[in-house]
Design a protein around this ligand. Structure first.
Ligand code: XMP
Length: 325
């Protein structure tokens, strides 16, 4: 029978048998899949594993620091932290089209990944947090026809953009490939990953960059990061984080008039997007209690400079999408 403990034991054996004394590279995103993967690999092969975390500058407040801290202090897994915020910001400079924004970010990710893996490498294997549904979806598209072995052609968190260059097509280690998301969460809990990672809301690869409608600037990122923090802080404090599939803030590039004290303000609105969903394919806007909306709105307008209005999105999916870009 399948238990989490036997899964962990078996996976560690399988990883050792497959990898031998070779080196493995893993791109850590902070999500539950790549975090669980890192833990399993580290248990199996120790310092033959290199975990790379690329800081694009589009993560939520405190997230990169927290991730590195959890891995270093709790699991004693070293993380190669790659500071790449300026490069990514440059890539999206002046870009307003959502798909172009995604492509630019995706390509830059591959670029940084390639440069860094050459610096840290060479590596024989790439570890990916492929799950069972991903295996079915991509069927035989990344099987080497000669050896029948699955090879890496894309980075999972950026599956919708570009591919890996030919000389970066490592062989794959995918110990989660037989699992569904729920099973990954069970494994994650069993190995002691904190609940904040285990049950984290889905977060898109391009991060906050696609939650700023239109042009992304450092200033707008700061505004959105602070507003988003307040949203998460309030729903966590009120024990409501798990009531939603996702709950986040979106920054609009327009400005509107307001008044604060005896001064006229002219600043950005923040949109609150709270949804319930089973799988992200369809979604309902959440019927959030008015007093929660009130608290969040007051806090954002009072605490975040550059915002003078908060609105609530009452569109389900379809016809809306979950994200605004
Ligand atoms: P939409 O906006 O299409 O979102 O209704 C559905 C789910 O997918 C996430 N999402 C993304 N995830 N890269 C990702 O890794 C992306 O470019 C991307 N766009 C949307 C979104 O957060 C939601 O959970």
């Amino acid at each position: 029978t399948w238990t989490t403990e036997t899964f962990v034991e078996e996976s560690i054996k399988d990883i050792r048998a497959k990898v031998g004394d070779k080196r493995v590279l893993l791109a850590l995103s902070g999500g539950v899949d790549s975090s669980t993967l890192a833990f399993l690999l580290h248990q199996a092969i120790g310092d033959q594993l290199t975990c790379m975390f690329i800081d694009q500058g589009f993560m939520r407040k405190g997230e990169p620091e927290r991730l590195v801290e959890i891995f270093k202090n709790k699991f004693h897994i070293p993380v190669e932290y790659v500071m790449a915020r300026d490069r990514f910001l440059k890539q999206v400079d002046g870009v307003t089209d959502p798909e172009l924004k995604r492509r630019r970010i995706g390509h830059e990710f591959i670029q940084v990944f390639e440069e860094e893996s050459k610096k840290l490498g060479p590596f024989d294997y790439l570890a990916q947090g492929t799950l069972y549904p991903d295996v079915i979806e991509s069927a035989d598209t990344n099987v080497d026809p000669k050896t029948g072995e699955r090879v890496a052609v894309k980075i999972k968190s950026h599956h919708n953009v570009g591919g890996l260059p030919k000389d970066l097509r490592f062989k794959l280690v995918e110990p989660l490939r037989k699992l569904f998301k729920d099973e990954v969460r069970n494994v994650a809990r069993a190995i002691g990953l904190p609940e904040e990672i285990v049950r984290r809301h889905p977060f898109p690869g391009p991060g906050l960059a696609i939650r700023i409608v239109g042009e992304v600037t450092a200033e707008r990122l700061n505004i959105l990061r602070d507003a988003d923090f307040i949203v998460r802080d309030e729903i966590s404090q009120q024990g409501m984080y798990h009531d939603y599939w996702q709950a986040f803030a979106v920054l609009l590039p327009i400005r509107s008039v307001g008044v604060m004290g005896d001064k006229r303000t002219y600043a950005h609105p923040i949109v609150l997007r709270f949804i319930t969903s089973e799988d992200g394919m369809t979604a309902d806007w959440a019927k959030v209690p008015y007093d929660l909306l009130e608290t969040i709105s007051n806090r954002i307008v009072n605490e975040v400079k550059g915002v003078n209005r908060v609105v609530y999105d009452i569109t389900s999916k379809p016809p809306g999408t979950i994200e605004w870009e």
